[in-house]
Design a protein around this ligand. Structure first.
Ligand code: PRP
Length: 213
């Protein structure tokens, strides 16, 4: 039997996903060692391999079949636009993709002004402004701490993830519009889905049961 490989977006999501997998008997003791610098972990009995990667790389590994299954946020799936099957909404890591800025930016949005939009998610931002709102904007790609952009005058608004809203509050910004709800999803390589239908199907059904779907 060949190994099935599962790619996890490293960080909090990976820990929550492993807890869910444990509930259905898929464990990986090696991975719990917090000090390890190992990148790949194996469960010999189940013939499973796990690896952690940067979230934005998970859809890439899955599209190319280097991972059969991935667990990653909907934000990353939308942004990367890879060819893969999205099979389950795990309901963990719930948050929202929003247009945020100072209250004063509301008018600019309402009147479809030519504004600058900073985001770690330029594709999601572009799709929202061009295809949903029909508003021409300038998109500026950033790599983190996006809330800085409207504060220092790089952009009028941002498109970013809002979870508790405390980052916004502490910086005098607010949610101006909601783009879409987000949560962690299970994605599957399109060829693996056919070739390993039985084993992948078992994992999918197990997870669906564990989350009560
Ligand atoms: C994310 C996001 C917001 C923040 C939202 O950033 O980009 O900045 O969390 O969470 P909150 O609504 O609970 O405050 P992350 O921590 O991933 O850091 P980054 O911005 O540097 O990427």
């Amino acid at each position: 039997m060949r190994y099935l490989t599962i790619a996890l977006a490293k960080g909090r999501l990976a820990r929550q996903a492993m807890e869910l997998l444990e509930q259905i008997g898929i464990t990986c003791e090696e991975m719990k060692d917090k000090d390890t610098r190992k990148l790949i972990f194996v469960n010999e009995e189940l013939k499973l391999k796990f690896f952690l990667s940067k979230a934005s790389d998970v859809p890439t590994y899955v599209e190319y079949g280097a991972a059969d299954i991935g667990i990653v946020g909907k934000d990353t799936i939308l942004e990367e636009g890879r060819k893969l099957y999205e099979v389950i909404d795990l309901g963990i890591g719930k948050c929202r993709m929003c247009v945020c800025g100072p209250a004063s930016a509301k008018e600019l949005l309402k009147h479809h002004e030519m504004i600058r939009v900073a985001s770690k998610y330029p594709n999601i931002a572009k799709d929202y402004f061009y295809n949903v709102k029909n508003q021409t904007v300038e998109i500026i790609k950033l790599n983190g701490s996006v809330e800085l952009a409207p504060i220092v005058g790089l952009s009028e608004v941002i498109v970013d993830i809002v979870e508790t809203g405390s980052t916004l509050r502490e910086n005098g910004l607010e949610v101006l519009e909601e783009v879409c709800p987000l949560s962690a999803r299970v994605v599957v390589n399109q060829v693996s889905m056919k070739m390993e239908n039985e084993r992948i199907g078992q994992i999918i059904h197990g997870l669906q049961k564990a989350i009560g779907k």
